[in-house]
Design a binder for this molecule. Sequence first.
Ligand code: AMP
Ligand code: MG
Length: 404
Amino acid sequence: MLSFEQARKVILEHCCPVGIEHVGLLDSVGRVLAHDINAPWDMPLWDNSAMDGFAVRSSDCSQTPCTLKVTGYIPAGDKGDGIIVQPGCAVRIMTGAPTPVGCDAVVPVEETDDGRLEVTLLQPVSKGQHIRVRGEDVSSGDVFVRAGAIVRPPEINILANFGKSLVAVYRRPLVAILSTGDELIELGVTPGPGEIINSNALSLAAAVAETGCIPLMLGIARDNRESHLEKLREGLKADVLITSAGVSAGDRDLVRDILQELGAKQLFWKVGMKPGGPTAFSMFEAKPVFSLPGNPVSTMITFEEFVRPALLKMLGHQQVLRPLFKAVLREELQKKPGKVQIIRLRLENEGGRWFASSAGNQQTAILRTMVDAQALAILPADSGNFAAGDEVDVHFYGNYCDRT
Ligand code: AMP
Ligand code: MG
């Protein structure tokens, strides 16, 4: 049996991006840049005014107040061609407009009498003030965003500034989702005795979509060889296949056998963790295949701990694991040494410290505590019971701010 950490290592070693595509700038938000991008020109492209005011020669203003003749006007959008600030003169200028020849300082309108033909400067003027210098933000040729960067509004803005209407990002893997079991019915049908709605497919699809990958719903494989062969074969055409249920030791647990029959190579089955013990991981050529246990809590937790980081890596992300931090337990947690245990928690921040309490019943069949959990604690395999006041490693489950 593999340890939790080894299992994650094996998975991450086998998952890598599935290609690069060029997408329209706005479609790149949330995606990961595949290449470094160099500036095709300086930014700003010309010296320009940082304020609405007057372009002046600082040497004319060594004594203030001083009065200068207003000889021109450069609004934003004007090239300022042919305009020169002569000695003893000033040119009215708007924010963003190119600073004229001769000018080495801009005086904000608030520091003048705002005169029309003549302007009186009221405050001392220093050379270079309120001028944005060509290339001061980014110089032509410099890398201004790096491969691996996630595109957010600031990246969109700077890419747009450099005229990049198309950007190279890692392709979004197509992730097939297959449920297995004779007890399953699809959403929309009211369950009768012995029937369970195929909720795993829906929560897996939601979790896949949340990573940025594209979910592909394959429906249900029934607990017989033919149905498994047909559905698994279909699933192996996608970039990634995730199955739920049918990986325990029951005589109807066919997923692993049929995957092997179809040529998938099993890298592990069974992980020293709770929940999620029966998880299996295989590769079909270069495609990862995750066989997750069927209990919805186990399915979601193994997705969170194994599949999510793998998909993020395939999408080109560098930070694929949620950061761990310490939380102080408000209550004791019972645990036997031997396996990693993943506990659903509620969190509170007091005075900059995190305090954790159990989200409730931790059995794998209890879905409510999954809904209530704000964070998961990863209790190390070798540890025993934890007492109130002990610190544990936790990470947020989803976006903490979304859960009250
Ligand atoms: P199994 O691994 O096939 O023994 O399934 C374990 C448990 O998970 C059983 O209680 C199943 O009914 C439940 N289960 C399996 N698949 C799903 C699914 N797609 N949606 C919700 N529950 C499921
Ligand atoms: Mg089953």
